[in-house]
Design a protein around this ligand. Structure first.
Ligand code: SF4
Length: 255
């Protein structure tokens, strides 16, 4: 897909030094002129800023090899790289900026400063979505800069310890924010029972915020389970989302 443009490509071998006394972000990859592949804004033209590091270690994570590598970049370095492209023009014309990872919440302080510095430099704030594993509480400052919360709490089948992956207080708080959605990765019929028992029955989230997605990091994997997930979504009157980037590009990253 040669229309997708890269600001920072995934590069496991390149190791930059951590900058001193200036804010920076640890970034795994940064690309634009692609689409949001899943969730409530599926199909929306978008730029992806993928940060390093995560709070989880889902066995089926399809970006682990990417977010485990990366480098620190100062804001000046990032702005210089962006100015060599038409990214800012695209963001101004409505392309969404999607903060993803790994865990953007692990770098919410740096991302808050970066989004504020962006506005100061370019005179507008990009429409910003975040992909969130729901284990860290957002600050009011960061919350005010996010337009869409693509929350994705991890179920038991992710393989993460319960105490690390399931934070009811944080999930309840996120549910009360504007434009908050909860995408659940579903692998089997029983996953709905867990969503109901751990999220709906305790009143942590609302049914209308739920989006079900099939588990699968490959096209073949998605196709194995997607009919089951559609069936659950129809039975329970919740949304279904495909993972369109995988349908389009299969296992490829940076798209
Ligand atoms: S939370 Fe997301 S990025 Fe982190 S390991 Fe799980 S699937 Fe991967």
């Amino acid at each position: 897909m040669n229309f997708i443009k890269t600001i920072i490509g995934s590069n496991p071998d390149f190791q930059k030094a951590i900058p001193t006394n200036v804010p920076y972000l640890e970034i795994a990859e940064f690309f634009y002129d692609t689409i949001q592949g899943e969730g409530i804004n599926l199909g929306q033209p978008a730029a992806f800023l993928r940060v390093q590091h995560c709070t989880q270690n889902c066995w089926w994570c399809d970006t682990k090899e990417v977010w485990r590598s990366g480098n620190p970049y100062t804001f000046d370095e990032l702005f210089d790289m962006m100015d060599d492209t038409d990214l800012v023009k695209k963001l101004k014309s409505g392309q969404h900026l999607i903060l993803t990872g790994g865990s953007p919440m692990k770098q919410q302080k740096g991302l808050t400063l970066f989004l504020e510095a962006f506005k100061k430099r370019y005179g507008f704030r990009p429409y910003t979505e975040i992909e969130n594993e729901c284990t860290l509480m957002p600050t009011p400052e960061f919350t005010s800069l996010i337009d869409v919360w693509n929350n994705s709490p991890k179920l038991k089948h992710s393989g993460n310890p319960d105490s690390l992956r399931y934070r009811p207080d944080i999930i309840r708080h996120l549910s009360g924010l504007n434009n908050a959605w909860f995408k659940f990765v579903v692998a089997q019929h029983e996953d709905w029972d867990e969503i109901e028992a751990s999220f709906l029955q305790p009143g942590l989230i609302k049914r209308e915020q739920i989006i079900l997605m099939p588990l699968g990091g490959t096209r073949e994997g998605l196709h194995r389970i997607r009919e089951t997930v559609v069936e659950i979504a129809i039975r329970e009157t919740v949304r279904y989302s495909s993972r369109e980037h995988i349908e389009l590009w299969d296992k490829k990253t940076g798209v």
